[in-house]
Design a protein around this ligand. Sequence first.
Ligand code: NAD
Length: 307
Amino acid sequence: SLPACAVLDAAEVAKPFRDELKLKVSSMIEKPLLVGFLGNDDPAARKYAKWTAKSCAEVGIRFELREVPRVELEDRIIDANADSSVHGIMVYYPCFGPSIDQYLQNVVAKEKDVEGLNFQFRYNMYHNIRFLDKEEKLKSTLPCTPLAVVKVLEHVAVYNPKLPFGNRLHGKHICVINRSEVVGRPLAAMLANDGAKVWSVDVDNVLIFSRGVGLKHRNHKVSESTQKLDEILPLCDVVISGVPSPSYKISTASLKEGVVAINFSSAENFEASVVERASFYIGSVGKVTVAMLERNLVRSVEYQLEQ
Ligand code: NAD
């Protein structure tokens, strides 16, 4: 008999997006230029930059890594904002720490912010505002890793295409273990805005993100929960984990039969036996993240051309 669990490869999820991007970029006379600023000596950032360069080259996007002392980052970002040959800007964080890094995220011009970290994009995302304009032509940019997880869930049809757009997770129970500002919290908000009930778990507490009974709210509300992880997991159709610790393991025994299990941490958060319980399992989403970064870039070029 066939194995009950499909182990997914992020490359398979990314492929249709990359194919579409290749086609679009091939018709552009000036190939889009993405500039990545590296202001720290984090080996993980360097590795991610290498992958980004390789993936961009395959799609036809130009990628330039600019290594700068972190104290010069602000000026160099401002230069890139003003340089019309630069179409997208990304910065490898952390550089200074949360508050200065957040300031730098807002120094990047909105039109070139392919990571979706600008205040307006974040505000729109939390408030379920999907467009920048009244005509609903210009989409508000979403952060790449949360968006990559959404694409994985669309790929395995957890998003129900028979439901209206924006409500396609109605009735789904999802647990997100990680509440960082770059991934876990925006992800919980996006999934809840799409109709799911989301338990957002971090090391200190549990919050519930939900649009309420009958999706009565137009964007998610947050409430405190006293439930423990081992009570939450058996309820969840999807479990998404991003705990950056190799010793952290989610017990397979507490997962719901047929769960969709997604690990985005660099460490493996699920036990090897997860495949005995899950219907789909994916061990990393990095390749989908890069595809979303490229998609945000190409979209911003299209928007810049239209103006
Ligand atoms: P972070 O350190 O900012 O956040 C870690 C989160 O995990 C926090 O919310 C923390 O409370 C939670 N956590 C830690 N221990 C926990 C525990 N025992 N129980 C419940 N929650 C716990 O990290 P981050 O930037 O969100 O990155 C997390 C991981 O995801 C890293 O391994 C990183 O490399 C990876 N990552 C992957 C991608 C990608 O694949 N595209 C993108 C970003 C980050």
